[in-house]
Design a binder for this molecule. Structure first.
Ligand code: MLT
Ligand code: MN
Ligand code: ZN
Length: 304
């Protein structure tokens, strides 16, 4: 299975347009020991030709421009992106659907509740019916696996996560199963499994079990500490309140990942611009390296 990291940043990307935090500032001044990151998205394929886009970020146009395998093979128009799966209806994961309006109808896979949000409160699906159109497919969250049209050899299983619905959704303060999902993506022919959850607020038993069964986990790397936004900017929200488990401290993501079998590849993705792990010279980056946890970057390819 080929996993291409199109964007390893969280909402806003790195640097963020209105941010002058130490990371964003020093990156702009060319004094930063680390790379910029576009917003959260990966692509998956078993054959390197037919790709599943998992999340469509507002940066998708640039991401695909630098992704050779996505370009039309011999036809004047066309794409290697055969379908799109969304793990939630957050802006950084779905606004890119609007950027993909020029092509064929989008084969879109979301849960029922995300489809509802994207047809009413943030009606991207409704709007797109006036452009390319959307063929919607429901992602089951009852533990059943499913396949994606035109993507051979890949099987997916999704489960609901205890996280937060997007700020525009009426479910924001009324969590509903399917607002957020974690997905296990398996290549049938070699049995290799990826567990992907860029927004992970709480490590429930079913999450831990899915992680333990995977060969590689790509999980929430948004914040180092719970109060990172508040401390860095002087205002803002706490990581746990917006559905992101911080990496450090007791019960944090490092502790969770360190408890997994050593043979499982571990990477953090969806990294916020304020996070010290972006700085490759930082003690936090070194701590992750010691724990054998990777920090995803744009353009990275992981092969399972
Ligand atoms: C999140 O991951 O919590 C959201 O992307 C935040 C946002 O949309 O600003
Ligand atoms: Mn996000
Ligand atoms: Zn910043």
């Amino acid at each position: 299975m080929y996993i291409r990291v199109l964007g390893a940043g969280a909402g806003g990307g790195f640097p963020q347009w209105n941010c002058n935090c130490p990371n964003c500032k020093s990156l702009r001044l060319d004094l930063f020991s680390g790379k910029p990151r576009t917003q959260s998205s990966i692509a998956i394929s078993a054959d390197k030709q037919n790709w599943l886009l998992v999340n469509a970020s507002p940066d998708v146009r640039t991401q695909l421009e630098f992704f050779d395998e996505a370009h039309p093979p011999n036809a004047v128009r066309g794409t290697g992106i055969k379908a799109i799966l969304l793990v939630d209806g957050q802006i950084d994961h779905c606004a890119g659907l609007l950027i993909l309006r020029e092509g064929e109808p989008l084969e879109l896979y979301t849960t029922r509740v995300v489809k509802h949000d994207l047809s009413t409160h943030f009606p991207i699906i409704t709007m797109l019916s006036h452009y390319c159109g959307v063929n919607h497919h429901v992602v089951p969250i009852d533990g059943g696996s499913f396949m994606i049209n035109d993507i051979s050899d890949i099987k997916i299983t999704a489960h609901a996560l205890a996280s937060r619905a997007p700020p525009y959704s009426p479910n924001r303060n009324n969590a509903t199963p399917g607002d957020n999902i974690g997905v296990t993506i398996e290549q049938i022919s070699n049995g290799k499994k990826l567990y992907y959850a860029p927004g992970l607020g709480l490590i429930e038993a079913h999450v831990l079990s899915a992680m333990r069964q995977a060969d590689c986990v790509l999980v929430d790397g948004t914040f180092w500490t719970d109060d990172e936004l508040v401390k860095t900017c002087g205002f803002g929200k706490y990581a746990r309140d917006i559905g992101h488990l911080p990496q450090s401290a007791k019960g944090g993501m490092i502790e969770v990942l360190s408890g997994l079998p050593e043979k499982i590849e571990k990477h953090l993705i969806h990294i916020n611009n304020t996070n010290p792990i972006l700085n490759e010279d930082s003690p936090e980056h070194a701590e992750l390296a010691r724990a054998n946890i990777g920090v995803c970057y744009d353009g990275q390819t992981i092969v399972l």
